[in-house]
Design a protein around this ligand. Structure first.
Ligand SMILES: Nc1ncnc2c1ncn2[C@@H]1O[C@H](COP(=O)(O)OP(=O)(O)OP(=O)(O)O)[C@@H](O)[C@H]1O
Length: 472
């Protein structure tokens, strides 16, 4: 399958900031995929090597340990069952038990991804991916590998602060200034922080900012997206497991709680943590120790937790979905990020930043944004919040011609009201229908992407990709 990145031309911008990691390896027999992934990862790694066959990777691993490996599971013509890749994964884990392997899967192949993670892979990305998600997944896997090594060897406690390639937290609306004050007050303490806000409002950026300003910043922040973790993997991902704890647990695995020892653990989409695991997390945080799956002795941990959710405070107060004792552990400080439509004053700053960032990235001129177009963008409701504004800016930079941006360069969803659910649509165009269904599901769930995704029978990632495709 070809990757959407190729619709948007070559990526010639190279950041002047030193990338945080040294080497990533991409193994896939499809040159379009390897090139697309290489471009998406090149700001994160000093070097990105691409291989068309597994044999080349195994040769490299004999004397090099990459920070991350992006691995396709099917190499032979017509193969789709992933067996070949799983075998290769086993060989990789044997050569380097700390390897950070991110699996490339076809859309919908979740069972094979789960099997791969049980066999030692750190995470997976489904094709076609968004560059932002791919980079975040691979960065998280590489950071996890580093902290697992550090956690085991007790080395690296004085690791130099990694140069940051992160986006700064932008916006000077009164609401964002209040958020900044809260971040500055909370960061240096060890208090747990709960960040609330709709999808795309910047919860992860705020979590990174808290970590950056904390006394734990010498270690990388460890993240886990509980909205993207398969139910069967929650326990071992969070708490780790001992060798042979369950079928497929070939080796010992340090969970993310332990990997975040002396650092910050970012629990994204905490509302998705299954009820039966909530007491185990609460005990780990109260006792400051974890018991890996299959172990009979606890291991001490020193972790500061920053959690985030797009659930409303009312939804979180529902005892049937979320244990209130765990909530009180997590929300010592609560930071609420308002949706972008409630702080429109931030829109000009955000547009200014992202339009000029993407102009540099794609080697395009810095165009003017005429007042009329700016006004249209300020008046737009941005249901996907800052993430959607960022994507719209990227697209505008690529599509625009001449010295100025035009309204048509920003493909905003029409402002019409969603038709009632029972109403028949007047189009039979599949693409249009898909867009309408997505808009309806989003409105029905007040723009909560997780709920809309489950309404549509899609994963969050799959819904994001479709929203991006339709410019929502
Ligand atoms: N205040 C901000 N300044 C600059 N960029 C921002 C800001 N808020 C969000 N962004 C950008 O918007 C995108 C989404 O941000 P982020 O992932 O932090 O949101 P989120 O609330 O964690 O989303 P989700 O709930 O969907 O995981 C990122 O690309 C981020 O860089």
């Amino acid at each position: 399958m070809s990757c959407p990145l190729f619709n948007i031309g070559q990526w010639r911008y190279k950041s002047s900031v030193k990338p945080p990691f040294s080497l990533a390896v991409i193994v896939d027999d499809d040159p379009d995929i390897t090139l697309a992934a290489k471009l998406a990862l090149r700001d994160l790694f000093e070097k990105v090597e691409t291989f068309g066959s597994p044999a080349e990777l195994l040769t490299l691993l004999k004397d090099t340990s990459p920070d991350a490996i992006l691995l396709d599971l099917n190499f032979q013509r017509g193969a789709t069952d992933g067996r070949e890749g799983l075998g290769l994964l086993g060989q990789i884990m044997e050569l380097d038990p700390d390897a950070a392997v991110v699996i490339i899967t076809a859309h919908g192949a979740v069972s094979i991804a789960v099997e791969a993670i049980k066999a030692g892979a750190s995470d997976f990305v489904a094709k076609p991916w968004s560059n932002e998600r791919l980079a975040a997944t691979v960065r998280s896997a590489a950071a996890l590998r580093h902290s697992r090594i550090d956690a085991r060897t007790e080395r690296g406690r004085a690791t130099e602060l990694l140069p940051s390639t992160e986006t700064p937290l932008l916006g000077h609306s009164p609401a964002m200034e209040r958020v900044r004050v809260l971040i500055e007050r909370a960061a240096p303490t060890d208090a747990n922080v709960l960040i609330l806000g709709e999808n795309g409002t910047g919860k992860e950026i705020v979590a990174r900012e808290i970590h950056r300003l904390s006394r734990r910043n010498a270690q990388p922040m460890i993240s886990i997206d509980l909205g993207a973790t398969s139910e069967s993997l929650f326990e071992s991902e969070l708490f780790g497991h001992v060798k042979g704890a369950f079928t497929g647990a070939a080796g010992e695995r340090i969970g993310r709680l332990k990997a975040a020892d002396h650092s910050t653990l970012f629990l994204d989409e905490i509302g998705n943590l299954p009820l039966h695991l909530q007491p185990k997390l609460l005990t780990a945080l109260e006792q400051r120790e974890v018991v890996p799956v299959g172990a009979n002795r606890p291991t001490p941990i020193d972790v500061r937790v920053v959690a985030a959710t797009n659930a409303s405070p009312e939804q979180l107060a529902d005892e049937k979905k979320f244990r209130q004792d765990l909530l009180f552990r997590l929300n010592t400080i609560e930071i609420e990020l308002p949706p972008l439509r409630d702080r429109r004053e931030d829109i000009p700053d955000l547009l200014d930043h992202y339009l000029s960032l993407y102009a540099r990235k794609y080697d395009k001129p810095q165009r003017k944004l005429p007042p009329g177009v700016l006004q249209m963008l300020i008046e737009h409701d941005w249901p996907g919040n800052v993430r959607a504004l960022r994507h719209a800016s990227e697209r505008a930079v690529i599509m625009a011609e001449g010295d100025e941006y035009r309204a048509e360069d920003f493909p905003l969803p029409t402002r019409h009201r969603a038709a009632p659910l029972s109403a028949e649509s007047d189009t039979l165009n599949l693409d249009q229908l898909e867009k309408q269904m997505i808009e309806r599901a989003l409105r029905m769930h007040h723009f909560n992407v997780s709920l809309a995704a489950s309404e549509l029978g899609l994963s969050r990632g799959a819904l994001y990709r479709r929203m991006e495709k339709h410019g929502l």
